[in-house]
Design a protein around this ligand. Structure first.
Ligand SMILES: Cc1ncc(COP(=O)(O)O)c(C=O)c1O
Length: 406
């Protein structure tokens, strides 16, 4: 990979890196508004030009109607997309099923994981995990009578641990955990592990099969660019599939969905991870978005992600800003979080200048670097604006909206 080890120290050096970027072609595959610098692809990815719902709405739904389940292969969509996502997370075919939200898939995975260790009483989550991961862990704990404990992924595991559930990359700080070592530790303790790879899939190579993950979940609307509310996915390692007891026993996961029997018998293999009727239009959008990965090397994606985040950190350092994201390459995802005294106001001021990042309470400005559509010059220019803002503007406290905080 042709990236230099040191970040560029001038805009012209950034231009030179863009000219040599082996992923430069990928940006053409996105419909980004001109002039906008989008640093929030870790929250909602950009729209790819390969997504169009015209055919789905007007021909498949409009004309072919219900025959589309077979005629337009709607029935096999969840599995088809699952395999394509599987290829991006190091999962051999037949272990990933697409559908529903990350939250729903977390409930599926945590409950199924606990049922794989019925004699164990402790479920571990990270107190810094994304809220939905913690809330679902608590609920599964209440349902199954488990003791839910919060530890950091590097803390020793307690006795009686049955399930360990962590995220590959911390959503707030961008810290990346050593998923291989942590999976080994969970197995040595006799537990099964559930990884949430929402902040890693599409941003860095994930190797679920190789590290021996038991179950995993992830979303599709961040670095996979599947669109708002894009269906999530679940990974169930092949070795668990004959026994895994998933709690949401919807009719699509039945061995004979159209037999319409009154009791549930799960389908063989990953088909049992289907739930009910999938959101077909969202899945077709996601399938379109996944087209762009056909000739993209995840090693190139990772190298560029590190180069972009290195550049942002170097510019933040030079301006005396506090970076909370780890500096070691092996400990970093694809985002940089800066601690600022007026992080919310800075974020809003940047948005007014056409640079979209996001704010995470109480004091973090979170900048996501999606390597497929960001250039080194975008990072250079965004950091110029940010430094200028912090150094020259006295930003008055701004009222925060209720509801969605971007
Ligand atoms: C690690 C993690 N898990 C889950 C979610 C969201 O879950 P859902 O897709 O159900 O809203 C997020 C959202 O940012 C996340 O960062």
């Amino acid at each position: 990979v042709s990236f230099e080890p040191r970040p560029p120290d001038s805009r012209s050096a950034a231009i030179a890196l863009d000219a040599a970027d082996p992923l430069a072609f990928a940006r053409e595959r996105f419909d980004l508004p001109p002039g906008l610098i989008y640093l929030d692809g870790n929250s909602l990815g950009a729209k790819t030009s390969s997504v169009s719902l015209d055919d789905a709405v007007n021909r498949q739904w409009g004309r072919d109607l219900i025959t589309s389940w077979n005629a337009n292969a709607w029935w096999t969509l969840p599995r088809r997309i699952g395999d394509r996502i599987g290829a991006l997370v190091g999962a051999a075919s037949g272990q990933v099923m697409c559908g529903d939200s990350t939250t729903v898939q977390l409930f599926q995975a945590l409950t199924a994981a606990a049922r794989l260790r019925p004699e164990r009483r402790v479920l571990i989550t990270d107190g810094a995990n994304f809220p939905t991961d913690q809330y679902v862990a608590d609920s599964v704990g209440r349902l199954l009578g488990l003791d839910v404990q919060r530890t950091s992924p590097i803390d020793p595991l307690p006795e009686d641990v049955g399930v360990v559930a962590f995220s590959t990359v911390d959503y707030r700080t961008g810290e990346r955990w050593n998923d291989e070592a942590i999976t080994d530790a969970a197995h040595e303790a006799g537990a099964v592990i559930v990884w949430d790879v929402s902040h890693a899939v599409g941003a860095l190579p994930v190797e679920l099969d190789r590290i021996g993950a038991d179950l995993a979940v992830g979303c599709s609307y961040k670095y996979l660019n599947g669109g708002p509310g894009a269906p999530a996915w679940i990974y169930v390692a092949a070795r668990h599939q004959p026994w895994v007891d998933l709690p949401l026993t919807g009719w699509h996961g039945h061995v004979d969905p159209f037999g319409l029997t009154s009791t549930y018998t799960p389908a063989a293999g990953i088909e049992r991870a289907r739930i009910g009727t999938p959101p077909v239009l969202s899945m077709l959008a996601l399938e379109g978005a996944l087209e762009i990965w056909r000739d993209v090397s995840l090693a190139d994606v990772r190298a560029k992600s590190l180069a972009l985040t290195d550049l942002a950190i170097a510019r933040a350092d030079a301006a005396g800003l506090e970076t909370v994201t780890p500096r070691g390459h092996d400990r970093r995802g694809s985002q940089v979080a800066l601690r600022l005294s007026r992080a919310y106001e800075v974020c809003q001021a940047l948005i007014r200048r056409g640079i979209i990042g996001d704010f995470r309470a109480p004091d973090l400005l979170r900048l996501g670097f999606a390597p497929l559509y960001l250039r080194h010059t975008d990072v250079w220019d965004a950091m110029d604006e940010l430094v200028h803002l912090v150094e020259t503007e006295s930003l008055a406290a701004a009222p925060r909206p209720e509801g969605v905080v971007t």
